[in-house]
Each structure stands twice: as C-alpha cells, then as structure tokens.
Design a protein around this ligand. Structure first.
Ligand code: 13P
Length: 251
C-alpha cells in the first residue's frame, strides 16, 4: 500500500500572530518545490486565519491543535469544527498528550471530538502514546490498545478515511530522547494490527501512522526508512524554518 507521507509541525504555544505569519511565509518559500508528500502546520488558534491567508494556494495544509465537539453554543473559550473550517483548517490535532496531561482530555473526549470533527468535514490527527512509567511497567501495548479502542469507538471505515494516528511516546516529547526507529516501528506495527482487528485490513493498510517525540533533522531519515512510519509530528524542530524544511525534505 502506497501511503502519502505526512510531515506535520505542532507549534504548541509558541509564536505571536506576526511571528506565525512571518514563519509561514518563509516556510511556504522554503518548501514550494516539494510534491508527493503532505505538509501540515498547526499554529495556535489565534494565528490560524492569518496564516491561512499566507499559505493559500500553497502545498501547506493548516491544522488546529484542538477542537470542541459541539457545533455552537454557550461554551466559553471553545472552538468548533465548523469555525476551524471557516478559518482555513483542513486538519485538527486531537488528544495530544499535553491536552491529556494538563487539560483533562480523556479517551472519551477524544472520541467525541473525533466523531464530530469528521462529521463536520475536518480530517483528524489522533494522538496516542504511553508515559515513561507505563513503558517501564511493560504496559505500552495495553495503554495503546485502550487509547485506540476507546478513542476510535463507533467510527466506521468511512470515518477512518479522515483519520491519521500520531504515536507520541510521552517520554520522548521535548526531552531529546527519541524512540529508536526500531522502537517506533514496533509500536506502529502494533497499532496497525489493532486497527485491523477493530476495523478491517483495508483501514489498517490505508491509515497513516506518524511518529512524534524529539524528531530532528538528524534522525528523520532513519525514522522514515521504517515500513510502518508514514510521517512525523514535530514539535520543537518545527518552529524554525530551516530545521522543519529539512525534515519535510527527508530522503
Ligand atoms: P518535540 O518534537 O518537541 O519532542 O514535540 C513532539 C510533539 O509533542 C509534537 O506534537
């Protein structure tokens, strides 16, 4: 199965609006000749619309870092899938470990956000991954299994056409400790196997599984050489155009 590689940059809570606009403009120039792979950036909410104006017509896709599961209403501070679409997004991240750790995200809220976003027309990057204590206790696979079965509960194979999974071991995020390419590949194989059980072979073969956690220009080529690694979700190294564009240009 030929899966189009996807390189996504999660800017987290970095960059003011003018900084985000300037970075997007530089990135657009730096990657303008790249084709055959998908490029995604996720700036903070407030910069989504201005950045969408900068990258309009380019090969860069826009993604939010979170979403709410209602279309509209008295939900102060929340942003709906329709609002994100109107701001120029085609993707949203859901269930990032920082949302799980600091903002009460659970597999149940991941599930509600995922269903609503897809029904409203967004594509989703659902993030899963184990913490260090879980890995050390030998629970990596059972944690991933629950995150997949509960987070994607009730979705159909048609929904799954709009889903990308990001495997981000929490112990590798922002720590400089990358999972080795072999460790990541092993987790990706497990995830694909679970998706085959929960859905079918078609879904499992088509779905893209990204790796995230201290991805840098000096480890990208090795990670992308693995059979089940279909792309990466990059934090720190996505903030600078030179490092992110090198990652986009992996060989
Ligand atoms: P780092 O690349 O900074 O480790 O962050 C990974 C991440 O959380 C991307 O969503």
């Amino acid at each position: 199965m030929n899966r189009v590689s996807l390189i996504a940059g999660n800017w987290k809570m970095y960059k003011t609006v003018p900084e985000a606009v300037a970075t997007a403009a530089q990135l657009k120039e730096a990657v303008k000749d790249i084709s055959g792979r998908e490029i995604v950036i996720a700036p903070p909410f407030i910069s989504l619309h201005p950045v969408s104006q900068v990258i309009k017509g380019s090969n860069i896709n826009l993604c939010s870092q979170d979403v709410f599961w209602e279309e509209e209403g008295a939900f102060t501070g929340q942003i709906s899938p329709g609002m994100l679409l109107s701001a120029g997004c085609t993707y949203t991240l859901i269930g990032h470990s920082e949302r799980r750790q600091y903002f009460g995200e659970t597999n149940e809220t991941v599930n509600k956000k995922t269903k609503k976003s897809i029904d409203q027309g967004l594509k989703v990057i659902v993030c899963i991954g184990e913490a260090l204590e879980e890995r050390e206790a030998g629970k990596t696979f059972s944690v991933l299994e629950i995150q997949i079965s509960e987070g994607l509960k009730g979705l159909t194979p048609v929904h799954m056409d709009s889903v990308v999974i990001a495997y981000e071991p929490v112990w590798a995020i922002g720590t400089g400790k990358t999972a080795t390419a072999a460790q990541a590949e092993q987790a990706h194989q497990f995830i694909r196997g679970k998706l085959k059980e929960q859905f079918d072979t078609g879904v499992a073969e088509k779905i893209r599984i990204l790796y995230g956690g201290s991805v840098k220009p000096d480890n990208i080529d090795q990670l992308m050489a693995e059979k089940n690694i279909d792309g990466v979700l990059v934090g720190g190294a996505s903030l600078k155009v030179d490092s992110f564009s090198r990652i986009v240009k992996f060989t």
